[in-house]
Ligand binder design. Structure first.
Ligand code: G3P
Ligand code: MG
Length: 246
């Protein structure tokens, strides 16, 4: 089993549902609740800047519109990514990965960087994010890179093979072992609904660490951890806190 420095509980998109997702303010909220690790979604602007956003499009979580990856950073930095959530967060910008790394350093937090390429940009996003992560986290605990996009994980593996990688699956795949082996993954990141105790045992026996998302029921989180799951990624950062016992 690989070296695994990460805690049991990970704050989804920085601050779960208690702040506008994937912002610096969200990371601050996660830290305020004592979390020591966050997950967030990283993609590229048209001119190659790495920033945080979950969707391809800007509409759901900002006052911008259209495909974010088709805009240059100069335009993206004007977008308000906090006002949609509530007045208190109005004016909160889209953060650059470099700013996120600094915020993680400030709070002493570890990171799960989900590589979330704009459709059609998997290999480039995987490479650029991995190279940047290597530099930005050089003197911190290595960030755990993950992606649903196999070509992005392949590119990350090529670019920065030493950084730990996790394969994200929203649907079960029978070729999970061949795939995680080929991609040199230390972990598999599953929708928690895909997991039962037998599968947990099987994945652990194959030497994989297991992260599950998005678990918002304390009872379910406890069950999963007792089975041997390593990490719970949660939106309920208050009820499933860093000292969660199981
Ligand atoms: O990385 C875990 C989880 O964030 C994956 O799903 O859609 O919330 O990015 P999503
Ligand atoms: Mg994510």
């Amino acid at each position: 089993m690989s070296n695994w420095p990460y805690p049991h509980i990970v704050a989804h998109r920085g601050g779960g549902k208690l702040a506008p997702e994937n912002t610096l303010a969200a990371i601050d909220v996660g830290a305020r609740y004592g979390h020591t690790m966050i997950e967030f979604d990283a993609k590229l602007s048209k001119d190659g800047q790495i920033f945080l956003l979950h969707d391809d499009n800007l509409e759901r979580t900002s006052n911008g519109w259209g495909v974010a990856g088709e805009l240059a950073w100069n335009d993206l930095l004007k977008v308000d990514a906090g006002g949609w959530y509530g007045g208190k967060f109005k004016g909160e910008p889209l953060p650059l990965l470099s700013q996120v790394a600094e915020r993680c350093r400030l709070h002493g937090m570890m990171a799960n960087i989900e590589i979330k390429p704009t459709t059609g940009t998997g290999p480039l996003t995987g490479k650029v994010v991995a190279l940047a992560a290597r530099e930005l986290w050089a003197d911190m605990t290595p960030p755990l890179l993950s992606s649903f996009e196999i070509d992005a994980l392949e590119a990350a593996q090529q670019a920065a093979p030493e950084l730990p990688r996790g394969l994200l699956l929203d649907e079960w795949r029978d070729d999970w072992q061949a795939l995680t082996t080929r991609l040199g993954c230390v972990s598999i990141h599953l929708n928690h609904r895909l997991l039962d105790e037998a599968r947990t045992r099987m994945l652990r026996a194959a030497g994989l660490r297991i992260l599950v998302y998005t678990v918002n029921e304390p009872q379910r989180a406890g069950e999963l951890l007792r089975w041997g799951v390593d990490c719970i990624c949660t939106d309920k950062i208050d009820e499933i806190g860093p000292d969660f016992t199981f």
